[in-house]
Ligand binder design. Structure first.
Ligand SMILES: Cc1ncc(COP(=O)(O)O)c(C=O)c1O
Length: 470
């Protein structure tokens, strides 16, 4: 893709295509964010197409440098916009679909179904039907799923590829700690406590039963470590156990998984910090290259140890691709000076940055106008919701005034796709920017979108006008 005018001159730089532009404002992919926000309004999500492509390529190349056959399945849940999916299709990415709607969107965007997987612990018939009809691999995560898949595939007269989601033992992670993603406890305790995955005995039984079903093709095993850990060693430990499990399956059933899918949870860091933890959230955070090297080596070593052929490797990064590609912009309203604190109210809320106050994960906030101005104030950036709605507490910011815009960086993942409507807020607009041009890819909700879903039973109509019940 053509290099963007202005991108070379960004300084400081928050990404390859995001940084402070020639007029001192925040720029994203050749566009002045101040101008974008004035034109499109706030709250506003902005996605850089070039940054998104670059992040995808970093994973592809980082893993391919250390492993021969790699498929990147973008975790659609992290940003399931149709245009986003089109861009990733052009890059050759596959996708992890969670639920019928994400699968529908991915198929609607023309994603190659052979590069899609369907994950979920309680898949509905409608999902299984759609997956089988379109040739999407289904990662089994319940004992009765195989029979249900078999019945539907026979009814449709179509064969189907399946994987099995594993409940890894993760013994080496018994005492390791990380982010409290699934409650308190060590990484192993957290992983054990989740609903996901089948035990060794269950996977053996599923494989044996599937081997007797002519329309079922066994394709992969699957595991997702999740965002509990930012330590790349833990991912290599997980990959090792996947191979050990493959050897177990081979010995017990004669089937060797031709592909292992090691899920998502891959992190990213920036020099300014994408969370509160130094060394984890800054630019010492693991890169795709480091992940690729550690996981690639672990898999090769274990395959050699167990005499297994190298499987195809699939990974499902979400936030590490979509996160740094987007920013979320809010407009400053009331500014209140308290005795101990100063609050800057924005029209952006935790509805739109829904992970803002959870999970050790936050978004670095910058002023859109005069972004590099000295940060002389410490403020709480809050949204308009009736809860405390803290988007960022005790943030160092330059002086802000009503009407200014504030941008939260690295907000391209799990923001639009998990945005909520609490307090009847309208969902924001999203613009895609590339090389100085902006296009709307998600339209802003209107009152009719919120009110239009409500129904008043006719029997309530007359009674509520002017009369109160005795
Ligand atoms: C099965 C699966 N794969 C991939 C992902 C993506 O994770 P991340 O966005 O942390 O990379 C998730 C996230 O929940 C997941 O559940």
């Amino acid at each position: 893709m053509k290099e963007t005018t202005g991108n070379e001159a960004l300084s400081p730089r928050f990404g390859s295509y995001i940084g402070v532009g020639p007029n001192g404002n925040l720029w994203v992919d050749g566009c002045d964010v101040q101008a974008l926000a004035e034109q499109h309004g706030a709250p506003l999500y902005i996605v850089s197409e070039n940054e998104l492509r670059e992040r995808y390529r970093a994973f592809r190349d980082g893993f391919l440098a250390h492993y021969p056959e790699v498929e990147i399945l973008f975790a659609n849940k992290s940003n399931n916009g149709l245009a986003i999916r089109h861009i990733l299709n052009q890059e050759g990415a596959g996708g992890d679909c969670f639920g019928v709607n994400e699968m529908y969107i991915a198929l609607l965007a023309g994603t190659d179904p052979s590069k899609l997987v369907l994950n979920g612990s309680n898949k509905q018939d409608e999902e299984l039907d759609m997956a089988i009809a379109n040739g999407v691999c289904i990662n089994i995560d319940a004992m009765d799923e195989l029979d249900r898949i078999d019945a539907i595939s026979q009814r449709l007269g179509r064969s189907v590829g399946i994987g099995i989601r594993l409940k890894l033992d993760l013994e080496p992670l018994r005492d390791r700690i990380g982010v409290a993603m699934h409650g308190p406890g060590t990484l192993k305790e957290q992983s054990d406590s989740t609903k996901w995955g089948m035990t060794r005995e269950q996977t053996v039984e599923i494989v044996k039963r599937a081997q007797r079903m002519p329309n079922i093709e066994l394709k992969e095993t699957h595991f997702h470590l999740s965002r509990m850990s930012n330590d790349p060693e833990n991912f290599a430990i997980m990959a090792r156990e996947m191979i050990e499990w493959s050897a177990h399956l081979r010995d017990a059933t004669g089937w060797t998984p031709p592909c292992i899918d090691i899920g998502g949870g891959w992190t990213f860091g920036k020099w300014y910090g994408t969370g509160p933890n130094a060394q984890i959230d800054d630019d010492r955070a693991p890169t795709p290259e480091i992940y690729g090297s550690l996981c690639g080596t672990a898999i090769k070593e274990e395959c050699e140890r167990f005499g297994l052929p190298l499987p195809k490797l699939r990974i499902e990064p979400g936030r590490a691709i979509s996160g740094p590609s987007g920013v979320a912009v809010g407009r400053v309203g009331a500014i209140k000076q308290g005795e101990k604190k100063k609050w800057v109210n924005l029209d952006l809320s935790t509805n739109h940055l829904s992970w803002a106050s959870a999970l050790d994960w936050y978004y670095h906030a910058v002023a859109v106008r005069g972004t590099a101005r000295e940060a002389t104030e410490t403020v709480d950036l809050v949204g308009p919701l009736c809860n405390s709605d803290e988007l960022g507490t005790q943030r160092k910011m330059p002086p802000l005034a009503r009407g200014d815009f504030v941008a939260f960086l690295d907000a391209g993942g799990y923001t639009e796709s998990s945005a909520a409507r609490y307090n009847a807020q309208l969902l924001p607009e999203t613009v895609l920017v590339a090389n100085g041009a902006a296009e709307v890819i998600t339209v802003r909700e209107q009152w009719r979108d919120v009110a239009g879903r409500f129904r008043v039973p006719p029997r309530l109509l007359a009674g509520s006008f002017g009369k109160t019940r005795a």
